[in-house]
Design a protein around this ligand. Structure first.
Ligand code: SF4
Ligand code: SF4
Ligand code: SF4
Length: 175
C-alpha cells in the first residue's frame, strides 16, 4: 500500500508550521459533480439544477455563477450516477474516473494535538485512512491515495473540519 507522508501536499496530512499552530484548513477548490468535464461544464451547463435535484445524497448545490458543485459537508457521494443521467447536456462522461481529488487531512486534526480521534478512519468505506502513532501520544493521518475514491465520507465525519478534498497527486483511484 502506497501512502502519502505528512507534508503540504494532497493526500497527506498538512503539518505545515502555520497549520499546526493555527489549525487552519487547507484551501478547498470547487468540486464539480462526478464525471463532469470541467470545460464542458463551463461551456454547456445551463445551470438548470437537474443534477442537484437528482442527487439522492443532496450534496450538489449551486456554486459560483450558479454552476453545480459538490459539498461534502452535506454528505458523501455513492457514485449512483443519478446526476449524470439527469443532465440534458453532454457534460458527464461516465466512461472515465469520477474525480481526480482525494482526501487530505489538515493540521487541525485532533490526533496531531494528542487527542484520540479516528472518526475519519471509521467512516471510510475503502480503508484508505490510517494513523501512524507518534511520540507523545500524537498520531499522523495517512491517506492511501490509490485506495481513496474521493467519496467524501470522511469530510462530515471529522468533528473539527480538518478533512478536505484536494487534487490527487498521481494515479487516482479508478472507479
Ligand atoms: S453520483 Fe449520485 S450521490 Fe454522487 S453526486 Fe451524483 S447523484 Fe449525488
Ligand atoms: S444538470 Fe447538467 S446542465 Fe443542468 S445544472 Fe447540472 S450540469 Fe448543468
Ligand atoms: S474520500 Fe472516501 S475513500 Fe477517500 S479517505 Fe475519505 S472516506 Fe475514504
Amino acid at each position: 500500500m502506497s501512502t502519502q507522508r505528512p507534508g503540504p501536499r494532497p493526500g497527506g496530512i498538512d503539518r505545515g508550521r502555520r497549520g499546526l499552530l493555527l489549525g487552519r484548513r487547507a484551501a478547498v477548490p470547487p468540486i464539480h459533480p462526478p464525471w463532469a468535464d470541467a470545460a464542458a461544464l463551463r461551456d454547456l451547463c445551463t445551470r438548470c439544477g437537474a443534477c442537484a435535484t437528482a442527487c439522492p445524497e443532496r450534496i450538489i448545490a449551486p456554486g459560483d455563477g450558479g454552476f453545480p458543485v459538490v459539498r461534502f459537508t452535506a454528505g458523501e457521494c455513492s457514485f449512483c450516477g443519478a446526476c449524470a443521467t439527469a443532465c440534458p447536456q453532454p457534460i458527464f462522461d461516465t466512461g472515465r474516473r469520477p474525480w481526480t481529488h482525494v482526501a487530505a487531512v489538515g493540521g487541525g486534526c485532533l490526533a496531531v494535538a494528542g487527542v484520540y480521534c479516528r472518526s475519519c478512519q471509521d467512516s471510510c468505506p475503502e480503508a484508505a485512512l490510517r494513523f501512524r502513532p507518534l511520540p507523545g501520544g500524537t498520531a499522523e493521518a495517512l491517506v492511501d491515495a490509490s485506495a481513496c475514491t474521493g467519496c467524501g465520507a470522511c469530510v462530515p465525519a471529522c468533528p473539527v473540519n480538518a478533512v478536505t478534498m484536494q487534487p490527487a497527486p498521481e494515479k487516482p483511484h479508478a472507479c
